[in-house]
Design a protein around this ligand. Sequence first.
Ligand code: FAD
Ligand code: DLZ
Ligand code: SF4
Length: 508
Amino acid sequence: MQSTLRVVLGDQLSPAIAALADIDAERDVVLMAEVQAECTYVKHHAQKLVLVLAAMRHFAQALQARGVRVDYVRLDDPANTHTLRGEVQRAAARHALARVVATEPGEWRVAEDMRCWQALLGGIEVEIRDDARFFCRIQDFIAWARGRKTLRMEFFYRDMRRRHGLLMEGGEPVGGRWNFDAENRKALPKTVRPPKIPAFPPDGITRDVIALVNARFPDHVGSTDGFSWPVTAAQARVALEDFIAHRLPQFGDWQDAMKTGAPFLFHALISTSINLGLLDPREVCEAAEQVFRDGQAPLNAVEGFIRQILGWREYVRGLYWLHMPGFGQQNYLKATRPLPAFYWTGETPMNCLRQAIGDTIAHAYAHHIQRLMITGNFALLAGIDPAAVDDWYMAVYADAYEWVEMPNTRGMALFADGGIVGSKPYAASGAYINRMSDYCKTCAYDVKDAVGPRACPFNFLYWDFFARHRQVLGGNIRLAMPLRTLERMDVGKVSRMREKARAFLDSE
Ligand code: FAD
Ligand code: DLZ
Ligand code: SF4
């Protein structure tokens, strides 16, 4: 009896994933394979490895409980070839196959590999299906982009709101405006205590994976200690419900705030679950809209949250596929410095970086503003090689997959794409960090100083950045203000700041 092999990758853990859509439980086999190549193509944080492998094992168990035949290859299987293609080939030899069905992967390198599978399998048909878990199919994004001069997120987002009817009333946006971002940039008052977040202690399956990861990947960043990410759809739903009940109402107000010792603030902590497939983005957006309709969360919070998922998440995915493989080569500002060693340890006197990197290493998580305005901003100002920065973001975050990491890092944070994702670089001096966090209060540097012995590095690096790139950024109307300020600055002060920048960067 010939069967269909249905391949499910480690970030495709949704019962409704396209490859399983028409499964015949009597005849078909699902292949899931833990392979060294996916665990080491970047040195993923130890908690990300535990998350993906534990979620894969739980998902396989749930499929088996529904009567589905799962051919599950473990990392410690002595016959494991340790590549996805090798495991598909071995599975083809084990089962009498009529065809292989897979869902398009999230990363270019895997998509390239998948295109070779049919030839490798001696002509067994390989069908690769669209990933329907996203609001916008890749082809639809490409059609949207065709013929447009600029691809701004805001216009894409409005189209998506219309197309999917989220926060709409009679063809118009609820509340009369598309975007409430201007109301979402408040600093956190000292008196506000962020709510506790739910914990998901490891069960037996996850404890086995923790032991495996500790034994096989001891040199990866971070530790498995304190692992507490949701690894099943049921846990992910608990995490979502907790966010909606306790943090969503304030999400808008303090979305951009940063606070010492409070890594999660009012954020959702759901990117790991959505990216793995444990949560459906539609379910997430609809649940958020419902609490607004029930009067339990304000519009600025709910619109801000839905914009991240329906807007930014879909938009960066579309841009990734539109521009790959070229995206990975872009380096508009010709940045070449190596990544400073403190990115891997957090050991630096710059308190903002120490906090953001410390949170990252401890939890495989930092929230958006820490990623963009602290670690990303420093790498932008310092002129760090985008390839090294990409590698770091891919390695340290539990939610990292290239389709979402690269446009955010090369595009939004580093402006290495020359303005595809954002219309200007997100460059900021210490004043921004001081306004949005309490980090500067306990820092060894003086945030108000740009030239003295205790000058905040973000200040002199900021002006050095604009001086260095004044030619290439000069035509950008959105940068007219800092460039004009630079022109009017005392020449001696500018050269002192540039000298400090040079000495500082050479010492890192
Ligand atoms: P919240 O702040 O609560 O937001 C809710 C959800 O919105 C997130 O779970 C996520 O699904 C979505 N979202 C928010 N912002 C973005 C965005 N810019 N792009 C895509 N989705 C977004 N996100 C990843 O999922 N994986 C990455 O590898 C990743 N790398 C990043 C690198 C840089 C340099 C920057 C600036 C951002 C990156 N992001 C990445 C986006 C964002 O920082 C994370 O999605 C977010 O911090 C996850 O935490 P949360 O679930 O608490 O998000
Ligand atoms: C991230 C990851 C890891 C660490 N391990 C595996 C694995 O062993 N097997 C697997 O199928 N997938 C894994 N993944 C997820 C893949 O890297 C992911 O599917 C591709 O990068 C495409 O997004
Ligand atoms: Fe960061 Fe400068 Fe503030 Fe220190 S003073 S925390 S280096 S912005």
